[in-house]
Design a protein around this ligand. Structure first.
Ligand SMILES: [Zn+2]
Length: 312
């Protein structure tokens, strides 16, 4: 069974003339509603994150700041990041939906989940918004799996074209969470070198795969599979969480690492294989970037199709 978190509440994070806009999700919604995939999923209502969930990754003072900015009807909270009056409520629901997915998937290893949420999360820092992100949905979910549900080996795979610096920061010293990111480099946000491998008890749990613009699709996929295998073999995950950004698509206006829509089916299959081999198939995928509205709908539709057809 595949759980789907897809709800109009995630349109309420209104950002105006901004690449990370509600129209991204509207495009995905209308595409999925026009097809037959939704008959095959188990819809889950969005759930708000608890303070306990959020403080595993964020400072209370920062959470209060987000609520205050929303209360005064939003505004620009950081160079690239905009909030509306509903953005805090929406962000709490985005993070909470991932935590809810963790609870359901951990309790029943036949399950996978796709969380079509916004705002995205992988740049969000402990005490600051960054790069269109408010709360670090995936890091919050990974920490919930470990600290709330007692897992000791979680693998986060981040294939968004940008390095997931916020997620890396959150798990850098965590021996229970392995982080693998493939990203364009040099590129925003400037982190994600191969030499960043974790610290303290988490030393060796961070796998960065920076790739140069211009790499061929075949070379990208080979490098992805090799590094994913290394990370998975070391981690032997009980749960796999994907930061699924689709901005490595060749037609993405702010990203691009030359991928075509079909390549995201292959990425999905490779991650599903890891989940099947190590984690009894337990896989949670969460939307990050992807700014070509039509290609984003193509990619998400194919991602969900692949999740559904390849499920054991
Ligand atoms: Zn991105």
């Amino acid at each position: 069974m595949t759980l789907l978190y897809m709800d109009d509440i995630f349109l309420q994070h209104e950002t105006g003339e901004h690449p990370e806009c509600a129209a991204r999700l509207e495009s995905i919604h209308s595409r999925l509603r026009a097809g037959d995939l939704l008959a095959q999923v188990d819809f889950q209502p969005p759930v708000s994150a608890s303070l306990e969930d959020l403080t595993r990754c964020h400072a209370v003072s920062y959470l209060e700041q987000l609520q205050t900015v929303a209360k005064f009807d939003g505004g620009r909270i950081e160079a690239d990041t905009v909030m509306s009056g509903k953005s805090a409520v929406t962000a709490w629901k985005a993070a909470g939906s991932l935590v809810d997915a963790v609870e359901r998937v951990v309790e029943d290893d036949r399950l996978q989940a796709l969380c079509l949420v916004r705002p995205p999360g992988h740049h969000a820092l402990k005490d600051a918004a960054m790069g269109f992100c408010l709360l670090n949905n995936v890091a919050i979910a990974a920490k919930a799996a470990v600290e709330g549900w007692g897992l000791s080996r979680v693998l986060v795979v981040d294939w968004d074209v940008h390095h997931g610096n916020g997620t890396q920061d959150a798990v850098y010293e965590d021996e229970c969470i392995t982080f693998f990111s493939v990203h364009r480099s040099p590129f925003y946000p400037g982190t994600g070198r191969k030499s960043e491998t974790g610290a303290g008890p988490g030393l060796g749990t961070v796998f960065n795969l920076p790739l140069k613009f211009g790499i061929s699709r075949a070379d990208y996929l080979t490098a992805f599979e090799n590094e994913l295998t290394k990370a998975a073999d070391r981690c032997r995950p009980e749960l796999v969480i994907v930061s699924a950004g689709f901005d490595a698509h060749a037609e993405d206006p702010i990203g691009s690492l030359g991928l075509q829509t079909d390549d995201f089916a292959e990425l999905t299959r490779l991650v599903q294989q890891v989940a099947a081999t190590h984690a009894g198939g337990r896989l949670i995928s969460s939307l990050e970037g992807g700014y070509n509205i039509d290609r984003l709908a193509d990619c998400v539709e194919l991602h969900l199709t692949t999740l559904l057809t390849s499920q054991a």
